[in-house]
Design a protein around this ligand. Structure first.
Ligand SMILES: [Zn+2]
Length: 275
């Protein structure tokens, strides 16, 4: 699933392509791709609204329109991209197009989604979708002392807690493993057991892992592509995720894999000692 760095990369790619353009109509091929409202209301309400800004919150893409927000969650296999009206429809991706949003000039913003878990929301009430999310890890106002205080309140395993979007926004399976590896912390360490130094290490590791991945346009380990359809590069720089069976890049110990909250979890048994 695309995580914060991947969604941020899509947002940065889409922004110059859609900002200032006005929607004319919507075609919904798979109604369940719309969380709300119903397809007919969606199309009527969208028509005539101009895209004022394109932003990200957690793993949501947010288009600020005249009267509403259009939010997109890509989930497992969703892709959001601009399809120029001059293109031919021979792209292999087209069979998975679920929603087509036409601009007044004929180009389209397309949402494709093979597995159909992704969702679009058209709402004037941003908080109704985003209300419960935790802090953004890369924002300046997210300080180590805030993170330490939040950790203290939880007994859960670090891996489980990092995946909880109400604890911290935008971290998923890849960057949880990457952050814990960089911090030298075992995925099953109870959150409240970290001392100050360990907590600060984890805080910095989350920011470094995500920041580096954004610089490399995200990790294309499966479906994720940038807004222009090209792959990211960050998958080549992952230190733990997907490296099970290979030597740790720090100490040479074989990277192990286990299940934590149903998710494949990659770690170095030497650099990340068991609790
Ligand atoms: Zn190691």
């Amino acid at each position: 699933m695309p995580e914060l760095p991947e969604v941020e990369t899509v947002v940065r790619g889409l922004r110059p392509l859609v900002q200032g353009r006005t929607f004319q109509s919507a075609q919904v091929h798979w109604p369940r791709s719309l969380h709300s409202p119903a397809p007919q209301d969606f199309a009527v309400r969208l028509a005539g609204q101009q895209v004022r800004a394109v932003q990200r919150r957690a793993k949501y893409i947010i288009l600020s329109l005249d009267d509403d927000y259009l939010l997109v969650h890509l989930k497992m296999t969703g892709r959001l991209y601009v399809w120029p009206s001059a293109s031919s429809d021979e792209d292999a991706d087209e069979r998975w197009v679920r929603v087509r949003l036409r601009f007044t000039d004929g180009d389209e913003l397309r949402f494709s989604d093979a597995r159909k878990f992704g969702k679009l929301y058209l709402t004037a009430d941003l908080a109704s979708v985003l209300g419960k999310l935790g802090p953004e890890p890369l924002e300046d106002d997210f300080q180590p002392r805030d993170f330490i205080a939040r950790l203290r309140g939880h007994q859960r395993a670090l891996k489980a807690l990092l995946l909880d979007q109400t604890f911290i926004a935008g971290v998923g399976n890849i960057y949880a493993d990457e952050a814990l590896f960089r911090a030298g912390l075992h995925p099953l360490r109870p959150a409240h057991s970290l001392d100050n130094d360990e907590a600060v290490r984890l805080y910095q590791a989350i920011r470094q892992a995500m920041g580096q991945a954004i610089d490399q346009m995200g990790s294309s380990v499966n479906w994720y592509r940038q807004a222009d359809g090209t792959r990211g590069e960050a998958q080549h720089s992952l230190l733990a995720y997907g490296r099970n069976g290979q030597p740790c890049l720090v100490c040479g110990t074989t990277i192990a894999k286990m299940r934590v909250v149903q998710r494949g979890t990659h770690f170095c048994p030497n650099c990340q000692p068991a609790p």
